[in-house]
Structure formats: C-alpha cells, structure tokens
Design a protein around this ligand. Structure first.
Ligand code: HMG
Length: 407
C-alpha cells in the first residue's frame, strides 16, 4: 500500500515586518538579518489571528483545493506549541469549523517543532494498519513564534499554518516506510514556561542541539538510507534560512566522517550540493520566518509548487523539535504531482500581506501580550483584517471566533 501526502495548503497572517527595517530600528546592520540569518520578511499575527484561526484557514484551503469532502477525514491532529488552552485542543475547533464526522479521531500533539511531523508519521501507521478503512488523516502544523522585542531571537519570529492530508494513493508524495531515524534527548535549548507567552532560547546552544540531533537521527535511519548524492532534495526544519545551510553542511560531514573547512574542495562540494538540493526550497521560509511545527512543511510546499523534479525522485526530510526530538525520513514524488503546483503555490497570499512599520509591529506585540480573562472583545477592524474565523474575544471564559457558533 502506498501512503503519503495527498493534499497540502499554507496560510499566514495578513501583516509582515521587513527585516532590513527591523535591523535599522535595532541599530543592527541589515545584512545580519538578511544574509547572516537569511530572512527577508516575517509574518506577524495580530491578536485576532491566533492558532485556531491559522489552523482552520489552512485546512479549509487544503480540502477545497484538492476537492476532499469532510466525510473523507477519519483522523484530525493539530501539531502546535502555541496552544490556546491547557485542556481543550485547537483540533476540536477545526473539527467544528470543517464539519468533520463525529467519529473522527481528534487531538493535539506537542513536542516543540516536532509535534506535526510526529503526527504525520503516526497517521501513516494508522492507514497502513487498516484501521483507517479508506479514510484520510488531516494534520495541521500551526504556530506563532514569539520572542521578546529587542532580544537576539526577535528576528527569528513568524506565524503560519500548513495543513497536510495523508492518505493511501496520495497525489503528491509517498513515504518510504522502510527508512526512519529518530533521536530524543532532554536538553534546555528552547522552552516556554506555562506563565510566559514568549519563548526562552539558549540560541547558540540550540543550534548545536539541532545539529547533534540531525547527526544522530540520520545515523539511526540506517544503511539503507540514500546518500545525499542519490537524493534530489534535502529538506530541513527551518527556524531561519541560514540554519538549513548549517544543517546541510552537517549532513555532508556526517557522510564524510569529518568536519569540512572553508576554502577546501570538500567545502565547495557542500556549497554546490546545498545550492542544488536545499536552497531552492527556502524562498517562502525567508518571507515568513519561523513557524515552528510548520517550517519544514513550508519548505516542502516550496518544492512541490516550484520544482522540476521527476516522479520517483527522493527527498530527505529532517524534523527537529527543541527539548529535544528529531526524525530523519525519506519521501518520494508521485506520478502527476506537478499538476497541483499552481494550486499549492502561496505566492499571492504572501504578496497580499500588508507591511507594518516598526512602530505598528511593536503595538501588535504589546497588544498580543494582553490576556482577556472572563469577558472582553477584540475588534478585527482595529487590525484592518478581512479573513474569517478571527478570534474576537471571550464570553464567560469561552473563546469566540467570527463565523463560528461556539456558545
Ligand atoms: P545572534 O547571536 O544575535 O546572532 O542570534 P549571531 O551573532 O550568531 O549572528 C547570526 C549570523 O549572522 C552569524 O552567521 C553571523 O556571522 C552573521 P554564522 O556565523 O552563524 O554563519 N552576521 C552577519 N552576516 C552578514 N553581515 C553582517 C553580519 N553580522 C552577523 N553584518 C540566533 C542568532 C539564531 C542564536 C538567535 O536569533 C536566536 O536565539 N534565535 C532563536 C533560537 C533558534 O532559532 N535556534 C535555532 C535552532 S533550535 C530550533 O530550530 C528549534 C526552534 O525552532 C524551536 C522549536 O523546536 O520549537 C527554535
């Protein structure tokens, strides 16, 4: 049985910050953000654009664009580290908005940026086991990366969601069920305590934890795993674009068995390999910023919507979640995937976003920190918003969304 990705769609908030302008406002050379981190813009979520809003809009688009009926969905999982409640999952709001069947298995997963990839693998096993009985699974990776204003992590924020439908006989790519590598280790590289809206990161340590997890999960994937030269593309978790370059170098070094130095022929080979197999799929990440669980899948969307790769060609997929957990797996492109390119391409969504001045961005950030408790209203017009399923405040401690009758 072939199992893999049948449909995919991206959604992001309607505003962004220009990274060069942010650098100037912070007294930093713009090239540090644009070249040193590789980021051009970052999506900024206003208080109305929470993860429920992002998840619903991405999943409606996936079902509509690929003509999938709600009755076809047998499992719904939201992978996120930006939960809106300690108990109630975002997934049940999505279930309601999409009108999914009441016997649909529905839950939320969390392990930093690894939560959605863990769900994608699990639902693949659900389908292979036969318990899906021909139904499909909808996985949504939805996150808002939030660090303190003026901190060194500030330029690595972002917001967005990717909805992924996993099924038998998929339209887009197939999972190689024989190759999987995993790694878990208790590290304090990045975390967000219950009392904080903002994440804490030990930035440089987190980069070394990521690279260590890449090495260990790749080695765990075993000898059957294809070498970089046999792969058409290598995708990585992308907290910022430059991280994917560091990851590809590490991947190269793991295969060589030693570190490579700038100025050597091996370094030139790594650079050429990165330019061919990873860099072409990072343009959207550079426009959106870190979207935690969804970052890896945004790079996959970039590949699926713009590549000239052929059916049967293979792609390595590395997921990293701080804390930490990681997986290394292989997907292959299926016959006819190209006909979905235009549908998947999020170019117009990205171009339609409105730029925030740095003063407007700082206002958004200060308002995002305000907590509405029992009752209170947020007006979407204050943020110039036009989309559906916006968070509009609380009534009797219950979150309210435009267009969703909750109670
Ligand atoms: P920093 O310390 O301010 O930056 O923060 P830096 O000094 O390391 O500089 C960054 C790069 O810019 C360097 O390049 C500089 O050389 C370069 P590198 O040496 O690394 O190749 N640079 C310049 N380049 C051109 N022109 C210039 C210039 N100046 C400097 N003028 C850091 C960077 C990423 C640490 C910070 O933003 C941070 O802490 N971010 C949050 C943590 C993070 O993103 N970690 C990534 C790995 S962990 C992960 O991916 C998991 C995560 O997604 C969470 C989850 O799992 O849920 C975060």
């Amino acid at each position: 049985m072939k199992v893999g990705i049948d449909a995919i769609a991206f959604y992001t908030p309607q505003h962004y910050v220009d990274m060069a302008e942010l650098a100037v406002a912070r007294g930093i050379e713009p090239e540090k953000f644009t070249l040193g981190l590789g980021q051009e813009r970052m999506s900024i979520a206003t208080p109305c654009e929470d993860t429920v809003h992002l998840a619903i809009n991405a999943s409606l688009k996936a079902l509509r664009d690929f003509d999938i009926h709600p009755e076809d969905i047998g499992t719904l999982v939201v992978g996120t580290e930006t939960g809106i409640d300690h108990s109630k999952p975002i997934a049940v709001y999505v279930h309601h908005a999409l009108g999914l069947p009441d016997n649909c298995i529905t839950y939320e997963t969390k392990h930093a940026c690894f939560g959605a990839m863990a769900a994608v693998t699990s639902v693949g096993d659900w389908i292979i086991s036969g318990r899906a009985k021909g139904k499909k699974a909808l996985i949504i990776a939805a996150d808002i990366a939030n660090y303190p204003v003026k901190s060194s992590a500030e330029p690595t924020q972002g917001a967005g969601a990717v909805a992924i439908v996993v099924s038998e006989d998929p339209n887009l790519c197939e999972f190689d069920r024989s190759i999987h590598g995993y790694f878990t280790k208790n590290v304090m590289d990045f975390w967000r305590p219950l009392y904080s809206k903002e994440a804490f990161a030990d930035g440089h340590y987190s980069i070394s934890c990521y690279l260590d997890a890449l090495e260990k999960s790749k080695l765990d994937s075993g000898e059957k795993a294809p070498a970089i030269t046999e792969l058409a593309a290598c995708l990585y978790h992308v907290p910022f674009v430059k991280m994917a370059s560091k990851a590809h170098q590490k991947n190269f070094e793991v295969e060589l068995g030693h570190a490579i130095e700038k100025g050597t022929p091996e370094f030139d080979q790594f650079k050429a390999s990165f330019a061919e197999k990873t860099q072409p799929w990072l343009a959207f990440n550079s426009q959106v910023g870190n979207i935690y669980t969804a970052s890896l899948f945004l790079s996959l969307i970039n590949l699926l919507s713009s590549s000239e790769l052929k059916a049967g060609e293979t792609v390595s997929v590395f997921s990293y979640g701080s804390g930490c957990a990681a997986s290394y797996s292989i997907f292959s492109l299926v016959e006819g995937y190209e006909r979905w390119k235009a549908v998947i391409d999020p170019g117009s969504l990205l171009n339609e976003r409105r730029k925030l001045s740095i003063a407007e961005y700082e206002r958004v950030m200060s308002k995002r920190d305000e907590v509405i408790k029992e009752s209170g209203v947020i007006n979407p017009e204050d943020w110039d918003l036009t989309s559906n399923y916006l968070y509009i405040g609380n009534r009797n401690h219950i979150r309210q969304y435009s267009g969703l009758n909750i109670g």
